[in-house]
Design a protein around this ligand. Sequence first.
Ligand code: PLP
Length: 468
Amino acid sequence: MPTNAQSPLWQRLKRDKHNAQLFQQTADYALAYLQTIAARAVYPSEDALADLAHFDEALPDESQEAITVLEQLHQWGTPATVAQGGGRYFGFVNGNIIPTALAARWLADTWDQNAGLFVMSPIAAKLEQVCENWLVDLFGLPENTVAGFVTGTSVATMCGLLVGRNTLLSRAGWDIAERGLFGAPRLKVVMSEQAHSTVRKALAILGIGREQIQLVPADEQGRLDASHLPELDALTLVILQAGNVNSGAFDPAKIVCERANEAGAWVHVDGAFGLWAAASEKTKYLTEGIELADSWSVDMHKTLNAPYDSGVVLCKDRSAIVSALQARGAYLQFSDERDNMLYTPEMSRRARGIELWALLKNLGRQGVDSLIAQLVENAQLFGTLLEKEGFRVLNDVVFNQVIVVCDTPEHTQRTLQHIQASGECWCGGSSWQGEPVIRISVCSWETTPDDVERSVQAFVTARAETAD
Ligand SMILES: *Cc1c(COP(=O)(O)O)cnc(C)c1O
């Protein structure tokens, strides 16, 4: 019997590990990508999409050479990527990557740290602690606020609402860990009719049904209308939005939080991309009163341009979040240092705080401020130029989102399809007050006023070529 160490596969893997050519070649592919992506068509061509069929094969029986595997990935994968890493991708709310964060992630991926416990990775614990301090400072949140580093805002929101649910029930004398959810006092949820779909999903996961949700009407900008706020009490979960996914509008946090705090309700803020407004002098006014909430969710991979997957849940009550998310196992070794898994649903996970630390240190406070201000300025320029060309902009461009239409809904849709196929820029569609719209999200650090002008030209051409 050959021992494992003598098996051909083991020897091949051992050779790969020390094969500088394998990693050098991969680095060359990546560097070439970085340097050319901004000039490429923003969406993959028909041919590139058809070539994805090369991946349709049965799992090979025998192991394949690493360098061949990487070659295939580069050959058929690279052309089928969406060029988010440039200045003219305005779809969804998808950010680019800050180069330092990418480089740090390469290194961190090589370290392959498990960020769960201090004892598993002191460096991951240290840097998540530092990032927690910096983020709390940047957003102006209460001093003892803690942060959990998760995959994105979907999970961060679920965690914030989980802590809120458990805390309200606990204050009402119901220990959910002991007694479960069935038969518990009934909670009420109050949120805008325009709350993000991921909020509804989180509530469903947490056992809170649609009948328990009271939707508050939104105004013409998509802000929760506080004059329609129902009565709040100590069994109410209030959910606010910092950044409407279509219009970029902000719910009025101050007035709602003050009412909620008086009533003993819990307030969670979905600030996926908009909480970042708090970190810029230009946009800070939009988040006034946000610090009066109890928990917050925010993405690093949108406005901040960190690599995927990266979101943060923040909670002002450390013991509440720890008791909601803590797992216990005899083999777990907690330390006096920070144990990251206390603040997240996962145990084992990658150390996303490493590249986040590098990014924040690279930009500094002023860099973060100017990154945000620049996204907003480019969005405002987009709106102004489109209006000059006779498009209708339906929202006040207060942050990075622009909603735009042509003269008829049909023409708007044809224009959007033409833009998407053009490769000049890419925007998504949405619906706003019952009407199909083109939604622009300026979310890349790399976007320049020239990119905006060129994209507006693509809008003008698309509209002309699809006129009846
Ligand atoms: C993107 C977004 C989410 C979901 O965040 P993910 O990071 O995609 O999970 C939630 N709320 C709002 C307002 C968003 O823009």
